[in-house]
Write a protein that binds this ligand. Structure first.
Ligand SMILES: Nc1ncnc2c1ncn2[C@@H]1O[C@H](COP(=O)(O)OP(=O)(O)OP(=O)(O)O)[C@@H](O)[C@H]1O
Length: 249
């Protein structure tokens, strides 16, 4: 679903991503982990076209993305969420998801909100149920607590009916109960709906529970890859990131 080949990105003299290759297979949850500054977000931003790589190649759904703009990815079936939430705080929960649902139709914000075909509303209501926000559908997005705002961002991403979900730290700042709900939802999206998920995440509780594959980065490069159990035991990973405690967890 995603193929990253020899990706390098330099910011001036700093090599943020260094010759990174990785393959995300269909219907898997693939986590990108590593210490702060390892190059995870930069890799993510190259895949979602916010950054232009210095060299290397990225294919998404078999297509070279080098000529695409960030907004070209949604029509291809690729949705993303952001580490710093990017909601329309003044709009309702329902309207925020509606905006996502209309991505295929083009047009401005006003047109997207004005056109509310019943089928689209039905889909949006269904998504709000799935992320546990149905009862908040008419609340203003900015009035939700942080955990619910994160679920709203996820619902908006799902509204485009994506085949690939790119999630930037979906569990950051969530409480245990919320992480459990996210775990169940992501599993269901992959198992039942056939989505593919690539996530950058620091919350090991989630990564180790849900990932089929984990790529570990340090200093811009890949230092390990495997199942959660494999990377947890990898001495390089233990030294760079997880610590002895996680190795024995
Ligand atoms: N826009 C930028 N301009 C210059 N340097 C940058 C930029 N974005 C990231 N960097 C640098 O590139 C390196 C990799 O950063 P990146 O944000 O990709 O790491 P990360 O693994 O996502 O870290 P974190 O877990 O803290 O989010 C860091 O040294 C960072 O300071």
């Amino acid at each position: 679903m995603i193929e990253v080949e020899n990706l390098t990105l330099r910011f001036g003299g700093l090599v943020a991503v260094n010759d990174l290759s990785l393959v995300v297979r269909p219907r898997t949850i693939h986590a990108l982990i590593g210490p702060n500054g390892a190059g995870k977000s930069t890799t993510f931003n190259c895949i979602s076209r916010l950054y232009r790589p210095t060299s290397g190649r990225i294919r998404v759904l078999g297509r070279d993305v080098s000529g695409l703009r960030p907004q070209d990815l949604a029509p291809l079936g690729v949705a993303r969420t952001f580490q710093n939430l990017e909601l329309f705080g003044g709009l309702s929960v329902l309207e925020n998801v509606l905006i996502g649902a209309h991505v295929h139709c083009g047009g401005g914000l006003r047109e997207r909100l004005a056109a509310r075909p019943p089928a689209v509303i039905g889909h949006v209501e269904h998504l709000l149920e799935r992320v546990g926000l149905a009862e908040f559908r008419h609340a203003q997005a900015s009035a939700l607590d942080f955990g619910r705002q994160k679920m709203l961002e996820l619902a908006r991403a799902l509204a485009i009916r994506p085949r690939i979900l790119l999630l930037d730290e979906p569990a950051a700042g969530l409480r245990n109960r919320e992480i459990g709900a996210l775990d169940r939802l992501l599993n269901e999206l992959v198992e039942r709906d056939g989505l593919t998920v690539l996530l950058v995440e620091h919350v090991m509780q989630l990564v180790m529970a849900i990932s089929h594959r984990v790529t570990v980065m340090n200093f811009g490069a890949r230092i390990a890859e495997g199942t959660p159990a494999e990377v947890r035991r990898d001495p390089l990973v233990v030294e760079a990131y997880l610590g002895q405690e996680a190795a024995h967890a």
